[in-house]
Design a protein around this ligand. Structure first.
Ligand SMILES: [Zn+2]
Length: 258
């Protein structure tokens, strides 16, 4: 299929602007702050930003990564999230046909981007994204397919259920909480959007990646046994990969059993 490069570039620009809002979500949602009020301000001196301080990526570069008023350094995460979101939207735009499902997929990718960083930064997966995304995914499954509402509903029940049971078992055996409710709700959201088969693929991929990183940490860090990994930060890229290439991988894999 061919896609108009101008439209893809425009979607990239929109992705930058939305990425700027995702930064607000990443900072404010785990701190229980409103994402709409007050307007953007420097977290260090609380001076409100002017519009030209708020142009995605460009302002950060022009200001040398520092606040225009107090010169406090602005985290590199701000331009990186904007660029990542723009890149993801453009990738989706050339990868998938332009239909209603594309809208669901790009919003899903942005939601995963937010969850990746909130879990990495604060070990928090905000309900606004996980529960909100589960509800939105279920509703969307009635409008656009795949996965269809049956698979979506099964994805929520199985995704939430499997992780919750694993966490409860771990807690009983080890006596410490191994799986937060945030992870449970996040996997339910992934099931709602991708359907149950791709949700399971996501769980397998993220567990493999988590196990690998955990083993490397155990080998190189003395206190690794007591550091809990942010599982949401593994679920996010796995779910993104499942959304992009999961179906062909699943078809190929299941082909061995036919
Ligand atoms: Zn400042």
């Amino acid at each position: 299929m061919t896609h108009d490069p101008v439209l893809v570039a425009l979607l990239g620009l929109l992705g930058l602007v939305v990425g700027s809002f995702l930064n607000v979500c990443i900072y404010r949602l785990p701190r229980d702050l409103s994402v709409s009020f007050p307007a953007s301000h420097c977290p260090s001196c609380e001076h409100p930003l002017r519009w030209y301080h708020n142009v995605p990526v460009v302002s950060w570069l022009a200001l040398g990564g520092r606040c225009a008023f107090c010169r406090a350094s602005i985290h590199w995460r701000y331009p990186v999230v904007e660029l990542l979101n723009a890149a993801l939207w453009m990738l989706h735009a050339v990868w998938f046909p332009w239909d209603g499902l594309l809208v669901v997929r790009v919003l899903f990718a942005s939601a995963l981007l937010v969850l990746f960083f909130t879990d990495l930064d604060c070990r928090i997966l905000p309900n606004e994204i996980t529960v909100g995304g589960t509800i939105a995914g279920l509703i969307a499954s009635f409008v656009v397919t795949p996965p269809g509402w049956v698979s979506s509903l099964l994805g929520v029940v199985l995704g939430g259920g499997v992780l919750w049971a694993t966490g409860a078992l771990y807690e009983r055996v080890r006596g410490v909480e191994g799986m937060g409710m945030g992870d449970v709700k996040m996997l339910a959201m992934i099931g709602a959007v991708l359907g149950w088969p791709l949700m399971i693929l996501t769980l397998i991929w993220s567990s493999m990646a988590g196990g690998l990183v955990g083993a490397v940490l155990l080998a190189f860090k003395a206190d690794a046994r007591t550091t809990a990994l942010p599982f949401g930060s593994f679920l996010a890229p796995a779910a993104l990969l499942a959304s992009l290439v999961g179906q062909p991988v699943l078809d190929w894999y299941l082909g061995f059993y036919r």
